[in-house]
Write a protein that binds this ligand. Sequence first.
Ligand SMILES: C[S@@+](CC[C@H](N)C(=O)[O-])C[C@H]1O[C@@H](n2cnc3c(N)ncnc32)[C@H](O)[C@@H]1O
Length: 246
Amino acid sequence: MSNPAPLLHDLLHDHLLDPSGGLIYHLRAMRYRHGLWAPFHASVAEWLGAWQPRRPRLVIVGPNAGYALPAGFIQRFDSVSALEPDPLARWLLRRRPDAAALSFERLDCLTRPDGLARLAAAYPDAAILFSNVLGQIKAPAENWPTLLARHLGGHAWASYHDVISTARPPQQRQTRTLAEPHSLEATLAHFWTGGEIALTDHETLHLGGKQSCRYALWPITPKRWHLVEWAVHTPSPRTSTGVLSG
Ligand SMILES: C[S@@+](CC[C@H](N)C(=O)[O-])C[C@H]1O[C@@H](n2cnc3c(N)ncnc32)[C@H](O)[C@@H]1O
């Protein structure tokens, strides 16, 4: 099936200096991916290993150079479309050994209110992975949970995304799966104990609904910590509204 062509204002524009990626992100990745970031990347690898969307086609939104994607992940799918505005990231991702079935497309699905609707229409049969991007970009209308539920209820999708970030080091650093959803305060209490936390709220808690309860810590630098959530949505075979699974 051919995809509807995106309109001009829906196209991703190249950027190398974006706050959610760009050259600084590549420099940090060079410095930290095999050390400081490695435990977080192991958590992402575990989450992705357990995610079996049963679709031959995948769309990855915001993969950057694939620093967080485990080796061999891309070749699990017959074809993979990447939506990534950073040209250096695209160049590096293209050179991964598992990238034979990878192509780059230009739809910008995150900056306009109808972006996710356009994504759903352009890739009706694909699974979709939001690769640590939804906590980086403010929802263009309402909030991400509402937009995802409205436009991608019939799609298999998954996301890992920043919930909060802070300069305060956590006391507990292990990945956590909570048996049920907690408030933001109660979720944070599993990692930070005692006293107030000065934080940035990325407004993505329980992005996939009430069963989004898996969390890992990502020290993006030795002085800045992100709490990252993993969410999975599996559509119901009989309805287009879908059910949620953890
Ligand atoms: C925090 S980085 C995450 C990179 C990578 N997925 C990872 O986990 O290491 C966010 C990525 O989203 C990309 N991005 C920014 N705006 C985007 C958009 N509108 N559509 C798709 N990707 C976007 C950035 O270029 C960057 O590569």
